[in-house]
Write a protein that binds this ligand. Structure first.
Ligand SMILES: C[S@@+](CC[C@H](N)C(=O)[O-])C[C@H]1O[C@@H](n2cnc3c(N)ncnc32)[C@H](O)[C@@H]1O
Length: 237
């Protein structure tokens, strides 16, 4: 298979797989990008996507925000290869890095971003690591800039618990692993997946995120919407 076609299939399978965890996710990504575009009122938008994966949000942002420029960061060279191949490098700068690396934040200019977006990623970060990460994001945002975090977050309500029980039994496609292995063997031989074994990772409470964001200096933190066991938090500098 050609690289282009293989990347398209990888991304489509990834989107299907993620849809089990967040039904309607493609729609939510478009909605968030649309919200950012509406607030920008035609002005250029500089956007940072933390844990960009293969660029699900980058693609929505390119469609919805005509004048956006994106810095997209992920630890996985595989996801970045897919993203670069599908969405290009003209308006997106792809960076392979750990989100907790001090060098990453030192390399990006302070107060230069209008928006930081992160989707379905910060549950992979330890609860004790969130405050420093949020402080770094705060430093990178312009005054009035906003951080959007859409992720699995717990509130402890019965509806959430019922859904979590159902999804652990859900029929997630099993052929994903075989396809992913053949993609790596063909296009990234020797690829080693980044380790995800951080202490205290998991689905953090909405309140834990809110407190860490306020402690980082954000003046307002709003839970814009809740979908099953996921929340969109928007924090304004
Ligand atoms: C569930 S995926 C979501 C990807 C993408 N945001 C999306 O919605 O399709 C989580 C992503 O976060 C990345 N990630 C997790 N922990 C990371 C870390 N400490 N540093 C950089 N990337 C990380 C993973 O490589 C993966 O691409």
């Amino acid at each position: 298979m050609e690289l282009d076609a293989a990347c398209r299939e990888w991304h489509e399978r990834w989107m299907q797989r993620m849809n089990y965890h967040c039904p309607g996710r493609a729609h939510y990504l478009q909605l968030i990008a649309h919200t950012i575009a509406a607030r920008a009122q035609g002005q250029p938008v500089k956007l940072l996507d933390l844990g960009c994966g293969s660029g699900a949000f980058c693609s929505a942002a390119l469609q919805q925000i005509p004048s956006c420029e994106i810095v997209a960061v992920d630890a996985s060279a595989k996801s970045l290869l897919v993203g670069k191949t599908l969405w290009g490098q003209e308006r997106i700068r792809w960076i392979e890095s750990d989100l907790l690396s001090a060098e990453l934040f030192a390399s990006l200019p302070a107060r230069s971003f209008d928006v930081v977006f992160t989707g379905w990623t910060l549950h992979e970060i330890g609860s004790d690591e969130l405050p420093a990460l949020y402080r770094n994001c705060f430093e990178l945002l312009k005054p009035g800039g906003q951080l959007f975090n859409f992720d699995f977050m717990l509130r402890g309500d019965p509806e959430e618990q019922r859904y979590l029980n159902e999804i652990t039994r859900a029929d997630i496609p099993q052929d994903w692993r075989a396809f992913d292995d053949s993609f790596v063997a063909e296009f990234l031989p020797g690829y080693v997946a980044p380790s995800s074994s951080r202490p205290n990772r998991g689905q953090h409470a909405v309140e834990l995120h809110r407190q860490a964001l306020l402690a980082a200096g954000f003046s307002a933190v709003e839970e814009r919407f809740r979908h099953l066991h996921q929340s969109l938090l928007v924090a304004t500098k």
